[in-house]
Design a protein around this ligand. Structure first.
Ligand SMILES: C[S@@+](CC[C@H](N)C(=O)[O-])C[C@H]1O[C@@H](n2cnc3c(N)ncnc32)[C@H](O)[C@@H]1O
Length: 225
């Protein structure tokens, strides 16, 4: 099992090797400059506020790809409304698909009882169905159902596994407007499996991004012109 120190060291090494992108964050990691504690795997309110604040002047809808029970989605709806933008939830609503050789989560984990189950959960959180759109299906089926001309100013991608993250990155990035932000969960720079593998491939292949944050193993990218 990899220890916390080893993981921290591997992370710093990856960031140093890629200091063209990660330079600003190396100092913060070395010196623990960021004092806000974050729960692993959860999206901290302050981070969501910051990323969405950066794109208030960018046209395009909000999307969360991988919404589970809507905890983060419920935070995004009022922000999208304040910015007068539509917001979309993309998910199987039946949990994980079959894992690839790079994944371990079992099929069906995070199931919420289909689209109706998700809508019931959102209703308990105080949101009615006209306040957001849902696109149901295993990736890429849910993407195919969305309007062809959809474009985004903010995308949060959080589907854990390699293949859906890889497809989701390419699909959503090509629909993200310039200066839009994409926030990615589960980026372990020393990892070569699951979402980390997909994100590393994406970072290697593209140059049209700027890393705006890397904290709590969550990476935020801004699309460059
Ligand atoms: C970790 S949960 C997302 C947590 C959520 N972003 C939050 O902050 O509360 C992962 C979600 O991705 C969805 N998901 C995983 N693989 C998928 C796939 N291949 N197609 C569609 N949805 C998928 C699951 O159904 C689940 O809702």
């Amino acid at each position: 099992m990899i220890t916390r120190t080893a993981q921290r060291f591997a992370t710093l090494r990856f960031m140093f090797e890629n200091r063209r992108h990660f330079g600003d964050f190396i100092h913060a990691m070395k010196h623990d400059a960021n004092p806000i504690w974050r729960a692993p795997g959860r999206w901290h309110d302050a981070d969501i506020q910051r990323y969405t604040g950066m794109i208030s002047g960018v046209v395009g809808d909000f999307a969360e790809i991988g919404v589970f029970e809507g905890e983060t989605f419920a935070k995004l709806i009022p922000i999208a409304q304040r910015q007068r933008k539509s917001i979309h939830a993309f998910d199987s609503f039946q949990g994980m698909d079959d894992p690839s050789e790079f994944d371990w989560r079992p099929k069906g984990q995070f199931a919420v009882g289909g689209e109706d189950g998700f809508r019931k959960l959102m209703s308990k959180r105080g949101f009615e169905r006209h306040q957001y759109s849902t696109w149901e299906g295993f990736i890429p089926e849910c993407f195919v159902k969305a309007p062809r001309d959809i474009s985004f100013s903010f995308v949060l991608l959080d589907v854990d596994n390699y293949q859906p993250t890889r497809i989701g990155l390419d699909w959503a990035w090509s629909r993200l407007n310039v200066n839009g932000v994409m926030a990615l969960d589960d980026f372990y720079p020393n990892g070569d499996r699951e979402a980390s593998k997909a994100i590393k491939e994406f970072l290697r292949e593209r140059t049209d991004f700027d890393i705006v944050d890397f904290v709590n193993f969550q990476l935020a990218l801004r699309k460059m012109g």
